[in-house]
Write a protein of this length. Structure first.
Length: 345
């Protein structure tokens, strides 16, 4: 194998260093498996920057405790796959900051829980190459075993871009339902006791937690009853959304996918939505609560795209469009009808 020289190579980007830190933590953590090692090899093969970052973070893991303060000097090291990396002591010292990410990842791997606060969103690259995007106020638990990849969505909303691996099933559980996917992009949203599964591309099977999708008959009608037994499964086609409500039969519809995924762009989209529902949706993203004081305006139909978390501008747009009165007090924004008098706060 030929040797390539990367002399005075630039420091890998912060995002790549963070990914490398996660891989180092996985290799040194309690959850190291053959799948983890295979995932690392795939990641390293993607670019020379990945290999450089992994070498740097491995060195930091082993030697950061022995770093001393010396004038700038360069320490050539033999990298992976025949690369020679030249990194200054100052750069290595800077990488110690990234080592903190390693520690955080170790803690994450022990607890397996991923949480977002109100208004926060996160993106995670899982060890198999799957990407998980968490929306506001979401909690998910990751459990990867040699038998299957499992995510438990305890609350909130997440989008999954699943890495294809026929020998390693990917399952998302939420409440008493589960979604089985392969090489698929889909969303799962759990709110109160309601659950919605939206398929963007690929194929998924939705069933009760005890069902075996490979063995069960499938329903694909536009309106379905909730599975009556563990052996009943609903197969979705791209663009379909399956919704389970607490007091109604399960339904399948075809929402506009750009509206369903608007939160990934920092937006909230409404299409002829009752104001009461629009307010509830906006309140997911902000600690400033919108309150409808006048029931007569609750069913005004709202259409448009708004910035997630910006409840004040949302209320202002309603005031300009529908003549509503808006009152601000502490963390409450009150909406009342055109005939109401605005209170002096």
């Amino acid at each position: 194998m030929s040797t390539h020289e990367l002399k005075a190579s630039p420091m890998p980007s912060a995002s790549v260093r963070a990914q490398a830190a996660a891989w180092v933590a996985r290799l040194h953590g309690p959850n190291r498996t053959q799948e983890v090692e295979a995932g690392l090899r795939r990641w390293l093969a993607e670019s020379a920057e990945h290999a450089a970052a992994f070498e740097l973070l491995t060195d930091t893991w082993e030697k950061s405790a022995r770093l001393n303060r010396r004038p700038m000097e360069h320490t050539p090291r033999r990298g992976l796959a025949g690369f020679t990396i030249s990194v200054s002591k100052a750069a290595l010292a800077a990488a110690v900051v990234a080592a903190i990410t390693v520690i955080g990842t170790v803690l994450y791997l022990r607890t397996d829980a991923v949480v977002t606060a109100v208004g926060e969103q996160r993106t995670l690259a899982l060890e198999d190459g799957t990407r998980m995007y968490l929306n506001t106020n979401t909690r998910a638990v990751v459990r990867y075993t040699p038998e299957q990849r499992e995510i438990e969505l305890q609350q909130g909303e997440a989008l999954f871009e699943v890495a294809k691996n026929p020998r390693w099933p990917f399952i998302v559980r939420s409440g008493d339902r589960q979604v089985r996917a392969l090489g698929t992009v889909f969303l799962v949203r759990r709110e109160d006791r309601n659950l919605a599964v939206t398929l963007v591309e690929g194929k998924v099977a939705v069933s009760s937690v005890n069902a075996r999708a490979a063995d069960a008959p499938a329903r694909t009608t536009e309106r379905v009853e909730p599975p009556a037994s563990a052996g009943e499964v609903v197969m979705l086609a791209p663009g379909q959304r399956l919704t389970f409500a607490t007091s109604e039969p399960a339904t399948i519809d075809r929402p506009r996918l750009d509206r369903v995924t608007a939160w990934q762009r920092g937006q909230v989209a409404f299409d002829d939505t009752p104001l009461v529902d629009a307010v509830k949706e906006m309140n997911r993203y902000s600690v400033a609560r919108l309150i409808i004081e006048d029931p007569s305006v609750a069913h005004i139909r709202i259409s448009g795209i708004f910035r997630a978390g910006d409840s004040a501008n949302f209320a202002g747009a309603l005031a300009r469009t529908y003549g509503l009165h808006v009152d601000h007090e502490d963390r409450e924004i009150t909406l009342s009808g055109p005939g109401a008098q605005s209170s002096a706060r």
